[in-house]
Design a protein around this ligand. Sequence first.
Ligand code: TYD
Length: 202
Amino acid sequence: MSKAKFITFEGVDGAGKSTHLEWFANALRQRGIGLLVTREPGGTPLGERLRDILLHHPMHAETEALLMFAARREHVELVIRPALQRGTWVISDRFSDASFAYQGGGRGVELSKLAQLEQWVHGDLQPDLTLLFDIPIEVARQRLANNISLDRFEQERGSFFEKVRQAYLARSQKAPARFAVIHAEKTRDEVQKSLEKIISSI
Ligand code: TYD
């Protein structure tokens, strides 16, 4: 049996990542792959409590980074690693690339500090594949405009998201073998075609 894979989904808010994640997970299940879908921040009981604080409580940018990695420490230990060890694939809606993009790019936390946290929390574990849903910020924001209640991140200005987007792209350029960049402003059908291609190459 081939090794269970760890796949992450990333992108700015409004890129449509969650909808595509659901489709992608079902497509893998139809191929008989046993998988677990999880999310960050969250994925464990403590992680979900931290998520609630992170999404709604104002805090210093470095506190935010530390809490994201604290939640991740639990997630890796209790959920991700055990699943992979028993041969179950894991798809996570966001992982450490989001910390580099949002806390690093968006909030300006030093990337070297984030790299230390990454090394500490999961130095020996990286996703096998990361799907980055890239989209012009104006389009992402139009999509968010229909949401009734926006969290602390979604309420940020366009300039914040522009920095997040650029940080994601910079990160994808540093690890091109791990990343697949998806043009998320395309129609749902077109995006699904790209996802199908990715699935057949896994
Ligand atoms: P998101 O994944 O977009 O969930 P939903 O679709 O329910 O809104 O929300 C999580 C938010 O957390 C998102 O705005 C990005 C932010 N985030 C960070 O800032 N850093 C991180 O490390 C992670 C995992 C998420």
